[in-house]
Design a protein around this ligand. Structure first.
Ligand code: VG1
Ligand code: CO
Length: 542
């Protein structure tokens, strides 16, 4: 029943920040997905008879690749696969299932915040037994394998019915189709005070959650509306659609603009939130106030002890390098460790496993904790709700008090999307060339203190990851960071991260872009973005 199929390698299967992401037609090439999946299996050892978790965000081509992955898992000797009903598993739910059922690992099919549909994006990511994204050592091995692969193994059986929960044995392997929501919802009930949140809602606290026609719909419906009693309609766009309704499932101020406008309006609900394609990101907007993800991380960490799951306190806070330093100040005050990692959740896994960090976050709307090994959109929403229920204050009050206590890190990210790849690489190369000469240079009132290309030394496994972003730090703590995205599928995306710390409470009410104007101008002077990219303005400002 098992077949070994000869194949030819593709040269472009290098996993990026979070798995392999390509346009659907690329994945539809002969044996393209099979090559990558076999390369994953070929890079692992000791999985015979073990369990593999498979699921995705429901985007176009999800079901087809799930069928292939199941048949290949059988032919490669896995003992069991657990797959979400309808092929659905949010990224954090998949992470939880891997951990809860002690699976060997998991294959998550998602291109996350990228658009979906027949000509849009698809992705495949491998997660290890701790539930987290495979570390670089494994993704490097997978890429090396894709370059030489000459055959793959696949079992020859009819497609599995993914729409019926239940177990069957086929080709010597158990295939278990599971409820994608149940285990995850139960975990959330353990971590958070559902009684307090339910009570707050019953007293009229209004929530608006936008699932962006992506994977969190069924999770948010079950948790927010059914278990916590939010009125029907509190969760919108809750049907996962293969093309996300033609939208870009990225919860930021550009792609979730409707929600933003509503939250700024007169009749705004008390709390607005959104998640991305695969459910690991979160956007938090209070009545009249957008909470930057970096601030959200700091505020959640500072108040985590108000939720039952974290009542004993947290061990440490980790943030990606481009994320603002707001959470560092919280760690300092709490007297706990703070860690700065490269972009991408895979770098948090070791810190979480070693118990060094409890809460992690990224400026790109990702926050999470040691409950799983991925960032977790609904988790962040529920922790916010738990904090709001206990403190009995508004989002705006909580944010303003936080700034008053810690100072405010004005922060913004400017993305230049779809830039010519050579131009983007040239820009970064030119910056690298300037690093040594920048320190001491003055730009108006700003003096460069240090400039480097960030390298991460993992304190747990001692691995070193170089070239993780150009940092230009100014005296007084302001900084500008440049890096190229590792999740895009066409051209290059330049990300420019801008941050300024303001301790003075009288200066906490400035408009963010104004507060950062001098740094934005210096970024242009140093990197010559306009002429190198041919762009006058960023495509996305968050
Ligand atoms: C982006 C974000 C990064 C995040 C990654 C995956 O990566 O900047 O913080 O971890 O997406 O998120 P990049 O390389 O494009 O900057 V998700 O929700 O797309 O899996
Ligand atoms: Co995501």
């Amino acid at each position: 029943m098992n077949k070994t199929v000869p194949t030819k390698p593709y040269p472009d299967q290098k996993p990026g920040t979070s798995g392999l992401r390509k346009k659907v037609p690329v994945f539809q090439q002969q044996d393209y997905a099979e090559n990558f999946i076999q390369s994953i299996f070929d890079s692992l050892e000791g999985f015979a008879g073990k369990t593999l978790v498979i699921g995705g965000d429901g985007r176009y081509y999800n079901r087809e690749v799930i069928q292939k992955a199941i048949k290949m898992a059988a032919a490669n000797g896995f003992g069991k696969v657990m797959v979400g009903k309808g092929g659905i598993l949010s990224t954090p739910a998949a992470s939880h299932i891997i951990r809860k059922y002690k699976a060997f690992g998991g294959i998550i099919l998602s291109a996350s915040h990228n658009p979906g549909g027949p000509t849009e994006d698809f992705g495949i990511k491998y997660n290890i037994g701790n539930g987290g994204p495979a570390p670089e050592k494994i993704t490097d091995a997978i890429f090396a394998r894709t370059k030489v692969i000459d055959s793959y193994k696949i079992a020859d059986f009819a497609d599995i019915n993914l729409d019926v929960i239940g177990k069957q044995t086929i080709a010597g392997m158990i295939v278990s189709v599971i409820d994608p929501v149940e285990d995850y919802a139960a975990l959330m009930e353990e971590l958070f005070d559902f009684g307090a949140i339910r009570n707050m809602i019953s007293l009229g606290f209004r929530i608006c959650f936008d699932a962006m026609s992506a994977v969190t719909g069924p999770y948010a419906k079950e948790i927010l509306e059914i278990r916590l009693g939010a009125p029907n309609g509190s969760v919108r766009n809750f049907m996962p659609l293969p093309d996300f309704g033609g939208h870009h499932p990225d919860p930021n101020l550009v792609h979730a603009k409707e929600l933003y406008d509503e939250m700024m309006g007169e009749d705004a609900p008390d709390f607005g939130a959104a998640s991305d394609g695969d459910g690991d990101r979160n956007l938090i907007i209070g009545k009249g106030i957008f909470v930057t993800p970096s601030d959200s991380l700091a505020i959640l960490a500072a108040n985590a002890n108000l939720a039952p799951g974290y009542s004993a306190g947290i061990a440490g806070i980790a943030r990606s390098m481009p994320t603002s330093g707001a959470s560092d100040r919280v760690a300092e005050k709490l007297g706990i460790g703070s860690y700065e990692t490269p972009t991408g959740w895979k770098f948090f896994g070791n810190l979480l496993d070693a118990g060094l960090a409890t809460i992690c976050g990224e400026e790109s709307a990702g926050t999470g904790s040691n409950h799983v090994r991925e960032k977790d959109g609904l988790w962040a929403v529920l922790l916010w709700l738990n904090i709001l229920a206990v403190r009995g204050e508004s989002v705006a009050d909580i944010v303003h008090q936080h700034w008053a206590a810690y100072g405010r890190n004005y922060y913004s990210r400017h993305d230049y999307e779809g830039v010519d790849t050579d131009a983007a690489n040239g820009l970064v190369e030119a910056l690298r060339g300037k690093l040594d000469s920048l320190p001491g240079t003055q730009f108006g009132n700003l003096t460069v203190a240090t400039a480097d290309d960030f390298a991460y030394h993992d304190p747990v496994d001692k691995s070193v990851s170089k070239n993780q972003g150009i940092r230009i730090l100014f005296e007084g703590g302001s900084r500008v960071v440049f890096r190229l995205s590792g999740t895009g599928t066409s051209g290059a995306t330049l990300r420019v991260y801008i941050e300024r710390y303001e301790p003075d409470p009288n200066r906490h009410g400035l408009e963010t872009q104004e507060a950062l104007a001098d740094l934005i101008a210096v970024a242009e002077t140093i990197a010559v973005i306009r002429s190198r990219t041919g762009r006058d303005t960023p495509s996305v400002i968050t």
